[in-house]
Write a protein that binds this ligand. Sequence first.
Ligand SMILES: O=C[C@H](O)[C@H](O)[C@H](O)COP(=O)(O)O
Length: 260
Amino acid sequence: MGSAAASPPPSGKLSQDELKRVAAHRAVEFVEPGMTLGLGTGSTAAHALDHLGDLLRAGALPGVAGVPTSLKTELHAARVGIPLLPLDAASGARIRLSIDGADEVDPDLNLVKGRGGSLLREKMIEGAGERFVVIVDESKLVPRLGCTGAVPVEVIPFGAPHTLGLICKVFDGLPGFHARLRTVVDADLGSAPFVTDNGNYIVEMFFEDGIRGDLQDISDRLLRITGVVEHGMFLGMATTVIVANKDGTVTALHRKSKLI
Ligand SMILES: O=C[C@H](O)[C@H](O)[C@H](O)COP(=O)(O)O
C-alpha cells in the first residue's frame, strides 16, 4: 500500500450512510471537465452519482460522461442527468477515472465486490479505466478478503449446480468453507436463483475466517473452471481507497499504479 492522508473530523456523529456520502463527495473532487468516468453501483456509489448530477446541472463539469456498471446505475445516472456512453464507445474516449464502492478492502487494497450482484460489468469497466477510486466507510476495512460475508462468483445458468461443485473443489478440505447458489424470494416462484444484469447466476463462497493463501492463485483456479464467468475479488485494481472513518475523518490510501 502507498501513502495515507487524513482530514480533520466534521462536528457531530455521522451515520453510516452519511459516512458513505462523505467518501463519495471526496472522490468526486478528482473529476475534471471532459472526463469519461466509470460509474459504480451500490449505496455508496449512488451518493457519487447524485453529487455528480448536481455538479453537472450547475455547469461545473462540462463534457463529463459516464459508463454505467449496472442497469440500476444506468437508470440512476440518466435520472440525475449524467450523459452516458457504452463501454465500446468509451474505450475510444478512455475512461480516465472510475468511482465505486466495495464490500471489503484488505491491507493491500484488494477488494471484494459484487454482493449487490454487479461484479462483471464493474470489473470490465473499472479494469479498462486509468484510475479506480474506491469509496468506503471504515466498516469495509478487513484483515483478509472474505471475512465479513460472501465472495460472489458469476456463473452461467447452464449446469450451475455442477459449476458450484467444481468451485467447492478449489477449497477442498478448507475448514468452514461452504458455497451456495444465491437465491431471491419471488412472489410467484418462491425461492428462485438471483439473475445478474448479464442473465447469469451467482455462487456465494463463505470462509470461516477469510481467505488465507495466494489470492492470485485462487483467482486463476476459479477462472479456469468452465462455467465461471468472473469472480468478485478485485486484485490490484484500486489505485485509491477513500475511507470515511467512524470519527468523521477521511483517509485516502494510494497505490502507485494499477497492477492490472
Ligand atoms: O454489486 C455491488 C457492488 O460491487 C457494490 O459496489 C458493493 O456491493 C458495495 O456496495 P455498497 O456501497 O452498497 O456497500
